[in-house]
Design a protein around this ligand. Structure first.
Ligand SMILES: Nc1ncnc2c1ncn2[C@@H]1O[C@H](COP(=O)(O)OP(=O)(O)OP(=O)(O)O)[C@@H](O)[C@H]1O
Ligand SMILES: CC(C)(CO)[C@@H](O)C(=O)NCCC(=O)O
Length: 306
């Protein structure tokens, strides 16, 4: 059966015209904050793709609020609308965190009175010491390398209106930061970004998917994602050059061809396997799929029909 049978395929040209008239253009300050987020982001993409996306999110939000209100009437009690949770998934290096930060920025603009928080599920990765102890250091990013139970409990508590803490993962030290936590204090909207956002472990009492009000899968051809992975590896190396504490510092001493070989091997033996076996199979669970081509240009959008 066609994987996309349950989706409407929408071309960029069609998508960009869906809500155009009702969206005010971005101000100079907003453009600047997007540039400082990632100066590679095309502002045309923001206007054509991401602003209509935020407009669609507005509809889902309204729908959730109406449902919550009606439930309250039925139960004859005051039910506070739970925070809206948006999941963003896709391969390593496909651009999830960039998309997530952009959506956060645009949602804060659309709802200036609401708090919009962002977390990455990498915070729930087991520490390097734990992974080593279990002999699965080379499985970082695979389902068994995450504490899914803790992630699900975190989402439950956020939905339940509680203030929560979560660990912070750092690409620089390639591990969980030992003495720091991120505090999530009852936001109105929470964006959850990570490769395992749409994965449902078998033995849990709660399903992670039950907590999302909307989900996005960022998609691209595998070869392109490899290219972005290698480019990002290179930028991480540049950042690490004069920082001995950085995990990538060790690679800055190696000849370039060896480093490229190592990055290619890591892609092929870890991240690509993970993409094929565990990430891409969750693609059609998303409410929307953003398909990117060269230079992160979004050419197609798939929106779930029902
Ligand atoms: N919309 C975009 N326009 C231009 N460049 C982008 C865009 N999105 C991502 N990139 C670039 O692609 C690379 C990967 O992006 P990002 O770090 O957001 O990926 P990710 O999916 O969050 O990766 P990971 O899972 O490893 O954290 C980065 O070098 C980033 O600068
Ligand atoms: C932390 C993850 C799993 C996801 O963000 C990824 O960036 C990662 O580190 N993967 C392990 C293989 C590698 O070093 O690329």
């Amino acid at each position: 059966m066609n994987e996309f049978i349950n989706f409407d395929e929408i071309s960029r040209e069609k998508w960009q015209n869906l809500y155009k008239t009702s969206i005010p253009p971005l101000t100079h300050e907003e453009l600047e904050s997007i540039r400082s987020l990632n100066d590679e982001i095309s502002l045309q993409d923001v206007q054509d793709v991401y602003l209509p996306l935020v407009h669609l999110l507005r509809l889902y939000k309204k729908n959730r609020e109406d449902m919550s209100f009606s439930k309250g009437l039925f139960l004859q009690k005051i039910v506070k609308t739970p925070p809206l949770i948006i999941g963003i998934s896709g391969s390593v290096a496909v651009g999830k965190s960039t998309t997530a930060r952009l959506v956060q920025l645009l949602l804060s603009r659309a709802f200036p009175k609401l708090s919009v928080e962002l977390v990455t599920t990498d915070g729930f990765l087991r520490t390097t010491a734990d992974l080593k102890a279990q002999g699965i250091l080379d499985r970082k990013g695979f389902p068994e390398s995450y504490d899914m139970e803790a992630l699900i409990e975190f989402l439950y508590r956020v939905k339940n209106g509680e203030t929560c803490e979560l660990p912070i993962y750092s690409h620089e030290i390639y591990d969980i930061l030992p003495d720091q936590v991120q505090i999530i204090d009852r936001p109105d909207i929470l964006i959850v970004e990570g490769i395992n956002v749409l994965q449902n472990p078998q033995n849990q009492m709660l399903y992670i998917s039950d907590f999302y009000d909307f989900s996005i899968y960022v998609d691209a051809d595998e070869k392109l994602i490899e290219k972005w992975y290698l480019e990002r590896f290179d930028s991480l190396l540049k950042l690490a050059k004069s920082d001995e504490a950085n995990f990538y510092h060790q690679f800055t001493k190696m000849p370039t061809d060896e480093v490229v070989k190592l990055a290619k091997e890591t892609w092929a033996s870890v991240n690509r396997v993970n993409l094929r076996e565990y990430i891409e199979p969750t693609r059609n669970r998303a409410e929307i799929i953003l398909h990117k081509t060269e230079k992160h240009y979004v050419d197609k959008i798939y929106l779930k029909k029902f």
